[in-house]
Write a protein of this length. Structure first.
Length: 294
């Protein structure tokens, strides 16, 4: 199969139209269409269903695109490794982690990293859904659990503890819970069920709950940072990760003796990047900054 035609096919499959693929490839719509028709003729199978609203991959097209996507991802990774400087780390590093950890702990420390390594260009994707490292959606990830994908290298970064907070306004109005069982009489701010980024994230709803007692949250929100802001406004009691302690001005810690689950966070990257200098210096930077915490 012709590599140029496969490159055009992949662009069309990702864009969903000849026009948008042509813009990406700097080719005319007719040139893109001819390349796809020639590839379909060479393979003797249709690769797209053509509709007025765009293009849809056929079953054969889906099969080819999965392979082509993987091949191009591997080629991109190989190119990165081959062009990386032998003297010092350089190039682009794409990092992904959860919205809460990335925006509250990671972001304020990135200037220090880039001051030390000005030849590295960072791209940070904050998403509570997991990006596929094997498909090069990101180079490295900071995840709140061990990696589930095979062939990923992992390094334990830190163990996160949960801390229970409420605002002074809320406690003045509703009283301060003295025992975990007292939460039955309080308003809770919990994480919404949409793609929870951390295991046991809503443990506060179940902790010390008596049989037959239902705890209904005052608010569910699919953002830990949003939960913090809601608790600060006086809406209710929230359990927040301890790395957000710098953000908890205006909040009061409650139930300090409660036994909360722990969360282990990991630095994760593909096996192919094991010898990457960019990955190594970023990993070591994180470990050094996290060691300062303890």
């Amino acid at each position: 199969m012709d590599w140029d035609k496969l490159r055009v096919f992949h662009a069309v499959a990702e864009a969903g139209s000849f026009t948008h693929a042509g813009e990406t490839l700097n080719l005319s719509q007719s040139a893109v269409s001819r390349q796809i028709s020639a590839l379909e003729e060479a393979l003797a199978v249709p690769l797209f269903h053509r509709h007025a609203r765009g293009l849809i991959l056929t079953e054969q097209g889906e099969t080819l695109n999965r392979t082509v996507r993987e091949v191009f991802a591997k080629l991109a990774m190989t190119e990165t490794l081959l062009t990386e400087s032998k003297e010092k780390p350089t190039g682009r590093l794409k990092v992904t982690t959860t919205v809460a950890f990335g925006s509250t702990w990671l972001a304020p420390r990135l200037k220090d990293f880039l001051d030390h390594y000005p030849e590295i260009t960072l791209s940070v994707v904050l998403d509570d859904a997991e990006l596929d490292l094997a498909m090069r959606e990101a180079d490295v990830a900071i995840r709140m659990h061990p990696p589930r994908q095979p062939d990923l290298v992992q390094r334990h970064l830190l163990t996160i503890s949960w801390v229970v907070y409420a605002s002074e306004e809320y406690l003045a109005k509703h009283g301060t819970p003295q025992r975990i069982e007292d939460l039955a009489d309080h308003k809770l701010v919990l994480y919404g069920e949409y793609r929870p980024p951390v295991p046991d994230i809503n443990w506060l709803a179940e902790a010390g709950k008596r049989a037959g007692v239902t705890r209904k949250p005052a608010l569910e929100m699919n953002s830990i940072f949003g939960m913090l802001r809601a608790a600060r406004s006086g809406l209710g009691i929230a359990a927040l990760p301890d790395y957000m302690v710098e953000e908890t001005e205006g909040l009061v810690r409650v139930l300090p003796e409660v036994k909360a689950p722990k969360v282990d966070a990991y630095f994760v990257y593909p096996e192919e990047l094991r010898n990457s200098k960019r990955v190594a210096v970023f990993r070591d930077f994180l470990l050094a900054r996290l060691a300062e915490k303890g």
